[in-house]
Ligand binder design. Structure first.
Ligand SMILES: C[S@@+](CC[C@H](N)C(=O)[O-])C[C@H]1O[C@@H](n2cnc3c(N)ncnc32)[C@H](O)[C@@H]1O
Length: 332
């Protein structure tokens, strides 16, 4: 364990973030300070060049982010602040609905700092909230355990599994109230959020609160015109909604190699005007808490050149989980 003085400093930094009492800029400063303490305790900086800490870990489908990149997520400021506030909000809401009842959280993919646990748990008593953690990367588990020990948070932990969330069977799954899995990247590329949900969600109660609640991919046509008076972007709407896309899948049949194809009919537009199409990732964290375009590495918008002349009337989207996890687009 580290000195109580350091634990108190970290707790104050956390509660300032969770209380909504500080601005985003101040929250950034707090997260940098927290990161300095976590680096010191775990010896994981997130920025070394060791191959082992950089390498992605193969999962049953897709790949888990390398340990360094998982550590760096702490400093994806808006992401971290929004996730932390969302999780604290859900716990407080649950406490109102079911006072004096232990709230149980399953956290799949905790990373080397177990950020969405270590920065939430100190806000609550161990009799109020208990977490079960799961992580595929054994070195991340070692680091997270060291941090949890040092911060004296063991009483908040029920179990800690080193396992692949895509195949894991959760013991006593129906006792959990909240499921957290921030295992995603922009455009749901490579990482395991979708197959993890296909495996885990059906194991829990129907009313389990999932964080993030959903991920929606959106498409628009964009013009590079310099004319300030015309709208440069035409929003074509959602092309992929994870919760809708996985709702009909039976997990007893295993994880499918691809999800059902989605065809988007394109409106008739003056296509000479548009130069690129843009794909956006919107992360719906909880209720009115969203991560929107370019707020985080998870929501970086990707722009692609349109072939000219563009004469297609539909866009066909397929989300593959084999041989790699990726979204493919075809125009017809
Ligand atoms: C994007 S990082 C997020 C880390 C941390 N939860 C946070 O929010 O800062 C995702 C973490 O999930 C883990 N992960 C990804 N796929 C996984 C899987 N299939 N099973 C278990 N853990 C997984 C990665 O190893 C990584 O540590």
């Amino acid at each position: 364990m580290i000195e109580n003085k350091v634990i108190n400093i970290i707790q104050k930094l956390i509660s300032d973030i969770l209380d909504n009492s500080i601005t985003h800029l101040e929250a950034e400063k707090n997260l940098n300070e927290i990161h300095a303490h976590f680096k010191e305790i775990t010896k994981i900086t997130g920025y070394d060049f060791s191959i082992e800490n950089m390498a992605a870990i193969p999962a049953a489908k897709g790949k888990a982010l390398g340990l360094n990149f998982a550590a760096q997520c702490l400093l994806d400021y808006k992401r971290t602040v929004k996730f932390l506030r969302a999780i604290a909000t859900v716990i407080l809401e649950k406490q109102k609905i079911q006072p004096n009842t232990l709230i149980k959280v399953f956290y799949a993919g905790c990373g080397p700092y177990a950020t969405l646990f270590t920065l939430v748990a100190p806000y609550f008593k161990p009799e109020e909230v208990q977490f079960s953690l799961l992580e595929i990367n054994k070195n991340a588990v070692i680091s997270a355990k060291k941090l949890i020990d040092s911060l004296d948070l063991n009483e908040h932990i029920k179990d800690f599994y080193t396992a692949d969330a895509i195949t894991f069977k959760v013991p006593e799954a129906d006792t959990f109230d909240i499921l957290i899995s921030e295992t995603l990247d922009a455009l749901l590329y490579r990482e395991c959020y979708v197959p993890i949900l296909i495996n885990l969600l059906p194991q829990f109660k129907k009313d389990i609160v999932l964080i993030p609640q959903n991920v929606i991919l959106n498409m628009s046509f964009v013009s590079e015109t310099k004319n300030e008076e015309v709208s440069k972007e035409c929003d074509l709407g959602s092309l992929f909604n994870v919760r809708d896309a996985i709702s009909g899948i039976e997990n007893s049949k295993g994880i499918p190699s691809q999800l059902p194809v989605f065809k988007m009919n394109l409106p008739s537009l003056n296509m000479g005007f548009y130069d690129t199409f843009l794909l956006d990732t919107k992360v719906h964290i909880y209720n009115d808490i969203w991560l929107t375009r370019n707020e985080s590495s998870l929501t970086i918008a990707h722009n692609f050149k349109l072939e000219k002349p563009f004469k297609n009337s539909a866009a066909i989207f397929t989300y593959f989980m084999e041989p790699e996890i990726e979204l493919k687009i075809k125009f017809e």
